[in-house]
Write a new protein. Sequence first.
Length: 312
Amino acid sequence: MIGDENPKHETKSPPPISSDVAVVDDRIMAVATQAASSTPISQLNVTKSSRVHIGPKFISVTQTVRNTEEIKELPLPRFIWKVLKNTSRVERSLCAAAVSALIICIALTLYFTLSAKATTDDDVAPHPWNISRDMWLAKKYNGSEAITQFVPLRLVIVQHTVSAKCSNFITCAAEVRIIQTFYLEKQKYDIPYNFIIGNDNRVYEGRGWGIMGAHTLSYNSCSVGVAFIGDYRELEATDLQINRTQMLLDDGVRRGFLHPDYYIVGACDIRETVSPGINLYNALKKLKHFDHSGRFKHKTCTQIYAMIESEN
């Protein structure tokens, strides 16, 4: 060795120890060749990586703040689009479903709110409570007969239509037209009731006063038929419906079509039927002229009027 005066004590330096570190696709894979992990790295191989920096790195705070501000200043549509691009397809599907459900809920809420308001605002009728045939747009029919016997009438028979419930003048007038059309087409005669009481608490003229109805077989010539729209096995009659019925009958007395001492009965008091429904039947009991005896069942018109006359 050059510069060494004692060749017997010749020493050799240990071979260089190297550790290879390979960075492939941004993942660091350390390969120790001849030393433990604490051995200094003498060789570093980096392959295809843009994220590795060797040596000190300085980051500008101003640049970082500026980048943050640029993100904040993005318009809302672009910001939403940027967020959506960074989500998975499943996440986007769930987000779309949630937004759709929210829109539907808002739309339904607005619809029912506005519909309820429109229903209240549009419930305007040509008359406060007494709706004539012309008002509900009845079809013309000239085949009904006038009542000539048992006048003035002393029997009022109440029943229910067991048809769809209505809520205001427009829907109740439509329901009365449906009932009339059914009988005109299927039975070939006019609406069978003399008067109809709507769920809007109005009285709708059917055949009217002095005209024979077709509501209760064998009793049409000696009675006035009043029908309440709906099924009163479930529905409850309102106080206003009952009051308007009383107003109708008072008008009949004033005009001479109804005897001052008339009787109100349910159809079930005359023949075997559930009409007018238990709820309406109980409500009718509040009326002054309601007959609580049940004595007219299965009696003829002649027998009923004879019973009434014998009491006076």
